[in-house]
Design a protein around this ligand. Structure first.
Ligand code: ATP
Length: 312
């Protein structure tokens, strides 16, 4: 479990992280989202004891990182996959880390197998592809068999096979009951990986909720209805407080702000037959864009963020 109690980090006048309180729970993947400069890396660094909060506390299993007696056995992190001397073999890179932390050489072989690097363990890190480097970074995070794991942009630059492997691996770690906290800018990837989301903007908490709740809160959730008299139905839906307009596909209405039942009962009351009544859920990307629209730090002049097409 990771706990943040009113954590603030100031750089001069600027609060990179502003009074953040959170509990990141075990047994699920918690996605960590926010625009560039929102404070994600700073938050992760404070959890890992690499930055000191200006005020508040960042705790791992109830203790600040500095108070952990065997840190690698309590928390593992993938922050920069390129860390490690290029002339060293994967095995020796991990062995050095294991030895200085009282971890057995057997565990080194074990984690190399777990991440699929067993056969290349005697190759130099410098010859590794990005995907292999990422697997090595994950092996480093796992070396002490910690219950808490942090991954900063773990699929950055990976090919589709690599992305899938990381996603399934991260999910399996949560399924084992570990606390898994993952940051990413790839919304579609987050939608497939995370159970719960924490969204921050300009250092402040914007959302802390199950992923379905974040998506269902989007105004981009819409319904399509097809009937014989679209004008009559549209007027009545608008009169009852729903937003109904012509559907971009034509010969239908696009309705937001109500439920399928609202539309069905209104049509029934008007005696109109329904030929199609369907719901289209927003994507995580659309929900995220709405949530963070007010907190994007650097926006290109003249470009407003438009949620992309609802079709996926
Ligand atoms: N060492 C530092 N000195 C001064 N300002 C800093 C420092 N580290 C971070 N900041 C500022 O704090 C804010 C948060 O940065 P941070 O890197 O945590 O954001 P982020 O959400 O990880 O961004 P990104 O998605 O771009 O990686 C930014 O405005 C950044 O410029």
């Amino acid at each position: 479990m990771i706990t943040l109690n009113g954590v603030t980090k100031r750089y001069g006048d600027k609060a990179a992280v502003n009074d953040l309180s959170l509990e990141i729970k075990p047994g699920k993947v918690t996605g960590f989202l926010g625009p560039n400069g929102a404070g994600k890396s700073t938050t992760m660094r404070m959890i890992l004891g690499l930055d000191e909060p200006t005020s508040g506390q960042a705790l791992i299993n109830g203790k600040p990182y500095s108070a952990l007696r065997h840190p690698l056995s309590e928390v593992g992190a993938l922050l920069d996959a390129k860390a490690g001397h290029p002339g060293r073999t994967a095995y020796h890179h991990l062995l050095g880390l294991a030895r200085s932390n009282g971890i057995s050489a057997k565990r080194v072989t074990e984690v190399l197998d777990v991440v699929g690097l067993g056969e290349v363990k005697n190759k130099r890190i410098g010859s590794f592809s990005l995907g292999m480097g990422q697997r090595l970074g994950i092996a480093v995070a796992l070396i002490g068999d910690p219950k808490v794991l942090l991954f900063d942009e773990p699929v950055n630059g990976l090919d589709p096979d690599g992305v899938r492997w990381v996603r399934e691996f991260i999910r399996s770690l949560a399924a084992e009951g570990r606390t898994v906290f993952v940051s990413s800018h790839l919304m579609s990837e987050m939608q497939d990986t995370a159970d719960h989301l924490v969204v921050i903007g300009r250092g402040k908490l914007i959302a802390d909720a199950p992923i379905e709740e974040v998506i269902s809160g989007s105004s981009m959730n819409s319904m399509k209805v097809v009937t014989t008299d679209l004008d009559v139905l549209q007027k009545e839906l608008v009169r009852t407080g729903l937003d109904a307009k012509e559907h971009p596909e034509g010969n239908a209405l696009l309705v937001t702000g109500g439920s399928l039942e609202d539309i069905g009962s209104t049509a029934h009351r008007l005696g109109l037959p329904i030929f199609e009544l369907s719901q289209r859920n927003a994507s995580l990307e659309q929900a995220y864009m709405e949530l963070t629209a007010a907190s994007v730090e650097y926006e290109a002049a003249g470009i407003t963020q438009q949620p992309s097409d609802a079709k996926r």
